[in-house]
Design a protein around this ligand. Structure first.
Ligand code: MGD
Ligand code: MGD
Ligand code: SF4
Ligand code: MO
Length: 704
């Protein structure tokens, strides 16, 4: 197998690899510099040499002074974390797993994974939960991310691949609607594709309650009320129908269920949609006509439209629009979601999701269970049932779930209603965290495991296009750290299941290929050597002589009848609407210079200097109404919590909306405020909308 052996080669920079952060997975080169490594450009087909400032500075964390280099453990809940040996640390964790499961049942120990893990690790983690720990309760932070789009795409198209086409198709699209996406800050190098699209005469439309850098780069900005995305999409489809812009031949030949959607959107008159969304009727008409008239068009959603308690509905409404216009499967056209985390795509395909097995198979499907059990060499009946989804798992902590192991997530900063989660973590019998740094979550653990970083290991990542990429080892890791594959093998040994696991990434990938063979996300034909030679391979790729699948849906959809399905959707709005006590909308999201919970980017001096602290973005009129000026402290209060932070005034935000970035912990964590209301299908929390009260903090209070 050509996957073996790579790990054994000593790393000699320059090494061609990829950025550790977001789902664009920009290609980069790691070169030697002053005894360490430095990032240099790489002409890779996705980013074409471009990187954002997070990518350029990524290598500085390899020798960060406060990097963890020894396992830590505390003697009891009140004792400090102190260095221990790896054997002690793994014994402690395996012992806690055994004790908790013996006392409270197999599902009383949970696992929380992350979309930053390589495919190999995500696969091994899912297998570890089912085969070694034998718990139903494993889920991951992707549930906080693109889960709504994943569920909606799977229902309508029969498959969830973030983009069903490569980025290179973007410049050829006549019109593009970015719904709740701010790639100018969240994936800066991808903007070259939208710039090229506009330069070729295309129209770019952005829907966002804020006039973001992305909205400023667009031809048309629909500045909608938070939580009204489904109404907007239905309104656009209503106008397209009214003006005869829909593609009846496509609807007839390639879809089912249109009639119910047609009836549903009939009541979304433009003036009604203007009232719901706040977007003027003339802009709605311009957007609908631009999409409907173009010979090719795309709708791309991101977290703005998705992280809502009706996120699946919102995405379904946009999919309906694209199907009615006859777009999916046509050149330079269709629906897609911009997946967020480095391996957000691959991380959801190989089994760290509560309901899934490798290859995007389902745990509740007997044939799928049998296929995977055969590869693993276990009895299908020994595999647990689907378990709790991420936020439900976090809500069960200290209740039915008594122990938790977290790998690659900083839940105390990134999960909704962080104050309540903090209490529940305190009520756990045992917490283990594997991280590179002592994150806010790791600082609460009973045992902390120090992890090797991206540039110190080989492995594969699957980017937002469904392109499987190779991450290559460029540095020797510091003594004292291990990677997740070694840790899972070490724990499995102690649980009597070590024979099922390998600590080698090449061997694990070879097994993943077999386990995914025949599944929706089929990696059987993908090898490390092919990825390196072909600048990535697109799944599904069922055989070594298969070219991989750059574009989906050209002739049919992978549904039972080959047709895409419409789903009628009514506008329902957010779970929490502003009222007298909490009169504004609060929304949360990202800044260019920080990544997620900030564990990594807050440790990069240049990035921290550029964005040292959280702030509340307010419209100047809103600020005048409550009596605060630029840079003054405001108190934000929701039904769940309170935080005090600086006001930043900008006319680019709606007057009824306040925005807070979520990259800080402790008293600066935006998630002290957010709502845990979940989408009923995807179980994604409503990070993007809740009701908030904004008040000035008097000087006496400020210094108190
Ligand atoms: N710099 C940076 N880049 C990142 C990340 C990061 O942390 N930092 N994280 C990565 C990850 S994991 C992800 S998921 C992606 C996320 O990428 P994006 O989805 O682009 O980022 P967000 O800032 O979460 O949300 C996008 C926009 O949604 C808008 N929005 C808020 N409420 C609504 C609403 O009700 N409707 C609509 N239509 N829009 C609304 C916000 O104003 C915001 O501008 O970014 C990835 N890239
Ligand atoms: N309010 C609000 N909250 C949000 C969002 C929002 O828009 N608003 N967005 C949500 C979204 S889309 C996401 S994806 C989540 C992300 O939130 P988190 O899951 O907290 O994501 P990260 O900050 O990337 O956490 C990764 C942690 O793992 C560590 N780490 C990095 N690489 C590795 C590795 O290879 N192995 C191990 N073991 N650890 C590693 C990092 O140091 C860090 O502490 O946040 C969600 N939370
Ligand atoms: S856009 Fe994403 S992948 Fe590219 S350099 Fe920035 S963080 Fe890294
Ligand atoms: Mo995400």
């Amino acid at each position: 197998m050509d996957d073996a052996g790579i790990s054994a080669a000593p790393p000699i920079p320059p090494v061609l690899t990829h950025c550790p952060y977001c789902a664009l997975q920009c290609g980069m080169t790691l070169v030697s510099h002053a005894g360490g490594l430095e990032v240099a450009a790489r002409d890779f087909p996705t980013n074409k040499g471009g990187l954002c400032r997070k990518g350029w500075t990524a290598a500085s964390l390899l020798d960060a002074p406060d990097r963890l280099t020894s396992p830590l453990a505390r003697a009891n809940r009140d004792a400090p974390l102190l260095p221990v040996s790896w054997d002690d640390a793994l014994d402690r964790i395996a012992g806690a797993m055994r004790d908790i499961q013996a006392a409270h049942g197999m599902d009383a120990f949970g696992i929380f994974g992350g979309g930053g893990l390589t495919n190999e690790k995500a696969y091994a983690l899912g297998k570890f939960a089912r085969v070694a720990l034998r718990t139903a309760n494993i889920d991951y932070n992707g549930r906080f991310c693109m889960a709504a789009a994943a569920a909606a795409a799977a229902r309508s198209f029969g498959i969830d691949r973030g983009l069903p086409f490569p980025l290179e198709d973007i410049p050829g699209a006549g019109t593009i609607l970015l719904a709740g996406a701010n790639p100018a800050e969240t994936m800066p190098p991808v903007m070259q594709y939208f710039d090229a699209q506009r330069a070729a005469g295309g129209i770019l439309i952005v829907s966002d309650p804020r006039r973001t850098a992305t909205a400023r780069a667009a031809d048309l900005h629909l500045q909608l009320t938070p939580g009204t995305d489904a109404a907007l999409a239905n309104g656009l489809l209503h106008i397209a129908l009214q003006r005869g812009l829909i593609d009846r031949a496509y609807i007839q030949a390639r879809t089912s269920g249109f009639e119910a959607v047609r009836r549903c959107v009939a009541s979304y008159w433009p003036d009604r949609v203007e009232r719901i969304t706040g977007v003027p009727e003339r802009l709605l008409v311009r957007a609908a006509v631009a999409l409907g008239d173009a010979s090719s068009a795309m709708v791309l959603t991101a977290r703005g439209a998705e992280q809502q308690s009706h996120g699946v509905d919102n995405v379904a409404a946009f999919i309906n629009l694209t199907l009615a216009l006859g777009l999916p499967g046509r050149p330079n056209s269709g629906f897609g979601t911009l997946t967020g985390q480095g391996n957000g795509q691959g991380g959801r395909e190989h089994g760290q999701k509560a309901d899934q097995l490798p290859g995007y198979r389902k745990l509740d499907n007997p044939a799928h269970r049998a296929a995977v059990a055969a590869v693993w060499g276990v009895d299908p009946d020994s595999l647990p049932a689907p378990g709790l989804s991420a936020n439900e798992l976090l809500k069960a902590l200290g209740g039915p779930v008594r122990g938790l192991m977290v790998m690659a997530s900083n839940i105390l900063v990134s999960a909704p209603d962080a104050g309540a989660l903090n209490d529940r973590i305190g009520a756990l019998d045992f917490l283990a965290v594997a991280d590179v740094f002592l994150s806010e979550t790791a600082a609460r653990a009973d045992v902390v495991l120090p992890i090797g970083q991206w540039a110190e290991e080989d492995g594969t990542m699957t980017n937002l296009e469904g392109r499987v990429l190779l991450r290559r080892r460029a540095a020797v890791r510091p003594p004292g750290v291990r990677n997740e594959l070694e840790i899972l093998k070490g724990l499995a040994d102690r649980l009597g299941a070590g024979g099922y696991f390998s600590a080698d990434s090449g061997e694990t990938f070879a097994e993943l290929r077999r386990a995914s063979a025949g599944g929706v996300a089929d990696y059987a034909g993908i090898s490390y050597a092919r990825i390196a030679a072909e600048d990535g391979v697109f799944w599904p790729c069922p055989a070594v002589d298969h070219p991989g699948t750059k574009r989906l849906f050209g002739s049919d959809f992978p549904t039972e009848d080959g047709r895409a399905r419409f789903h009628p959707v009514e506008h329902r709005g957010a779970a929490e609407a502003p009222d007298r006590d909490y009169p504004h909308f609060l929304t949360t999201g990202r800044l260019m210079g920080h990544y997620q919970s900030g564990t990594q980017t807050r440790r990069v001096p240049e990035l921290l200097a550029a964005q040292p602290e959280p702030f509340a973005e307010l419209h100047p009129q809103t600020a005048r109404d409550i009596g605060v000026g630029e840079g003054r402290m405001v108190r934000l209060t929701t039904r769940r919590g309170q935080m005090t932070l600086k006001a930043r005034l900008t006319p680019d935000i709606r007057m009824d909306t306040v925005f807070v970035p979520f990259h800080w912990g402790g008293a600066g964590a935006a998630n002290l405020l957010t709502n845990t209301a979940l989408d009923p299908i995807a179980r994604i929390p409503e990070f993007k909308v809740c009701a908030v009260r904004v008040e000035p903090v008097e000087p006496s209070r400020e210094t108190a």
